[in-house]
Design a protein around this ligand. Structure first.
Ligand code: GLN
Length: 259
């Protein structure tokens, strides 16, 4: 019997736009395959040992919610998080949780807030919020049967810029992405997957959910291999409806600009 331990960091604080739905997607896609799942909610002042977990999730939050968790993240849990990242532990970080793993957050007034510095990127606050539905294309998810496109929703004022030791999660097809400038969204370093995509992200993107689960299960069980297929017709119908709607409205908007 395979088991998987999932840590949800600051669940009652960093849960913008129902990011907890990512935990639900991970949990259900394991249970539907007979894999035993335990969820561990770890928040402020809680002891945190990443060795006890196979996947660690941190969700999004408003600026003030990031401020609430920042000291605990940096000074109580930070060293263990950095060590776990370098040890190839699987992380999923969304939006505010994504930003907190970077070097710093510079407010639009120019004040530089130290963040964890676990990954080579930084974020600059901006007057303009980047809001809307998003489609990105992830090369690492492409297969003979899947085009690598994932969908979500973004709402952030922070513009994130990637350094040299890190790669984007995907190429922006529709939306702003990391900064609305370089055409990329999210970040990947070792087994850390970061994205601005809320929605929540995983329920409508089963290929990404299974990708993360297989990474974690192969970390834990050397002979694990791949997950058996599930009937993803509902999830893919939801995903494809978003893609078709966005592509169509994008074409209409382009035509309106011409005529
Ligand atoms: N507070 C951060 C920003 O506005 C992150 C927001 C979020 O998690 N959606 O950029």
């Amino acid at each position: 019997m395979y088991t998987i331990e999932i840590c949800h960091l600051y669940p009652e604080i960093l849960n913008l736009y129902g990011d907890k739905g990512n935990i639900t997607a991970l949990k259900k896609r394991c249970e539907w395959r007979g894999i035993d799942v335990k969820i561990h909610n770890i928040s402020l002042e809680d002891d945190f040992n990443p060795d006890n977990y196979d996947i660690i999730f941190i969700g999004g939050g408003q600026d003030y919610e990031q401020e609430i968790v920042k000291d605990d993240l940096l000074h109580k849990k930070g060293a263990a998080i950095k060590e776990a990242i370098e040890g190839n532990k699987v992380f999923l970080a969304i939006c505010g949780g994504y930003q907190l793993l970077g070097k710093y957050y510079k407010t639009k007034e120019g004040k530089e807030l130290e963040f964890l510095g676990a990954l080579d990127f930084w974020t600059n606050g901006d007057e303009k919020r980047m809001i809307g539905n998003v489609i990105i294309e992830c090369d690492f998810l492409k297969s003979e049967s899947f085009d690598g496109k994932i969908v979500g929703f973004e709402n952030h004022s922070g513009k994130t810029y990637l350094g040299k030791d890190i790669t984007p999660l995907g190429k922006v097809i529709i939306g702003y992405g990391n900064n609305g400038e370089d055409g990329y969204e999210g970040a990947v370093y070792k087994n850390v997957y970061c994205s601005y995509l809320h929605g929540s992200l995983l329920p409508k993107n089963p290929a990404f959910t299974d990708f993360l689960l297989e990474k974690a299960l192969n970390n834990k069980y050397k002979d694990f291999g791949t997950l058996p297929n599930l009937d993803d017709s509902f999830e893919m119908a939801a995903r494809n409806s978003v893609i078709n709607r966005l592509i169509t409205s994008n074409k209409i908007n382009k035509l309106r600009k011409i005529f």
